[in-house]
Design a protein around this ligand. Structure first.
Ligand SMILES: [Zn+2]
Ligand SMILES: [Zn+2]
Length: 441
């Protein structure tokens, strides 16, 4: 059967616009868009019918012209019929296949471009939502008329909107990691713009004690505010994540942010040396290319004597997972000030250093964190320790170990839950006075 015959059969049952008619035969041929194809098919039907009219054949030809006028919205057919004094009710023509969406496409495109004006981006991708009845109607027509060369409506809309936006904005479509997702919803009749998160790796130094890494809500009131927390709802007023996240989020004009640390230190421990690795996830940013030096400067100037960030780098999302995995095994070095009841001698420290050379420590979850963490046994390696006497009952230890080891308990023994411990080996009660993280691998 000729294409024109199939097309006429379809149009005898359904209203079909030029684009949709061409779309039904979309995969036939190259470099001709669906609209041109559809129009050409209708034109071809029209001129054949017209030739027959000239030859004096009327009956079938009038019907054909009526079909492509009424159900094809083909203007020349209307005009010809009018010339023959055949009146056709010229109602508004709405294509049954696209519901007129193809004609409305431009409105949405301009709305999207308008919304994108305040956003910094280079690449984008378009997604569309169309009414489900259009999809099922398309499927029904496709199978009823046995049409194997159809381009789905959704695909055509995606493609054409992407193409037109490329022309209008000079930005380009990217499928894998677009900066912006443009979602055009033909059902709810709106345009939604979502920008992809930006991820920045860095290392932070914590220069002052008594700052938790994460926001710490008052346990007494659960954040509602009470006398204990002075109506702030917080146990600690600031956190590392806020000191870093807030200013960065502001610089990127982002909706929100999320902080991912490579492990975390105790509230009362400082982080020195190279600092602890972290990734800050900047969610729905309106800016995305800010010089890293500038970011570090802004954050560090704001947080003098509290927090310092360095070694910043733009990274991919996948690093967040790697960071968490690595934190569990990466080498950490601590500096600990330790008090020993009854004093400590050089001889005893020498014994301590020898005992803790490359040793596995068995550690049950410390009592102080038992409320938040599951009770289990961790086996972590201490690579080495180094010691220095400060006074007759205080010494400093530099401990290099695997991540995830609770250092305070290595010192105290936690009532026998951590083995071996300094308390156990010295056979004197040892407690941690001060703790600093001085290196994280
Ligand atoms: Zn259509
Ligand atoms: Zn409270």
């Amino acid at each position: 059967m000729y294409i024109t015959e199939v097309a006429l059969k379809i149009m005898s049952e359904h209203k079909v616009c030029n684009s949709c008619l061409g779309r039904l035969f979309s995969m036939l041929g190259k470099n001709v868009d669906n609209y041109s194809k559809g129009k050409a098919i209708k034109t071809s039907i029209y001129i054949s019918a017209y030739r027959n009219l000239l030859k004096g054949r009327y009956r079938d030809e009038i019907k054909i012209l009526e079909t492509i006028a009424k159900n094809g919205g083909f203007k020349p057919a209307y005009d010809t019929l009018k010339g023959l004094n055949i009146s056709i009710n010229e109602k508004e023509f709405i294509c049954e296949l696209c519901g007129g969406l193809i004609d409305k496409m431009d409105e949405y495109i301009y709305s999207a471009i308008d919304k994108l004006r305040s956003i910094e981006y280079n690449t984008f991708i378009v997604g569309v939502t169309i009414p489900s009845e259009l999809v099922s109607r398309e499927d029904a027509i496709r199978s009823k008329f046995k049409l194997p060369y159809v381009e789905a409506l959704k695909k055509e809309l995606n493609r054409r909107i992407g193409l037109k936006m490329t022309l209008l904005t000079g930005k380009h479509v990217e499928f894998k990691m677009p900066d912006v997702l443009v979602h055009i919803d033909f059902v709810r009749r709106n345009v939604n713009i979502k920008t992809r998160s930006v991820f920045i790796f860095g290392r932070y130094l914590k220069l002052k004690r008594e700052i938790p890494q994460n926001i710490w809500i008052c346990g007494n009131c659960n954040g509602l505010g009470c006398t204990q927390c002075n109506w702030t709802g917080r146990k600690y007023q600031v956190s590392i994540e806020e000191l870093i996240g807030e200013p960065i989020s502001k610089m990127f004009n982002a909706k929100k942010w999320k902080f991912h640390g490579a492990g975390r230190e105790d509230v009362d421990a400082r982080v020195l040396g190279r600092g602890r690795p972290f990734v800050i996830e900047i969610i729905e940013p309106r800016k995305r290319n800010i010089e890293l030096e500038n970011i570090a400067k802004v954050v560090n100037d704001l947080n003098k004597e509290l927090v310092k960030i360095q070694d910043l780098a733009y990274v991919n999302k996948s690093l967040v997972k790697d960071l968490k995995i690595r934190a569990k095994i990466a080498k950490k070095t601590y500096s600990v000030k330790i008090k020993v009841e009854g004093g400590v001698s050089e001889e005893e420290l020498k014994h301590l250093v020898e005992t803790f050379k490359n040793i596995i420590v068995e550690q049950r979850t410390p009592i102080r964190v038992l409320r938040r963490r599951a009770d289990k046994i961790r086996r972590k390696r201490i690579y080495s320790i180094d010691t220095k006497i400060i006074s007759n009952d205080v010494f400093e230890a530099i401990i290099t170990c695997q991540g995830g080891l609770y250092i305070k308990e290595v010192v105290s023994g936690d009532g026998g839950r951590t083995k071996p411990s300094f308390t156990e080996i010295l056979n004197k009660k040892a407690t941690c006075l001060e703790l600093d993280v001085i290196d994280v691998e």
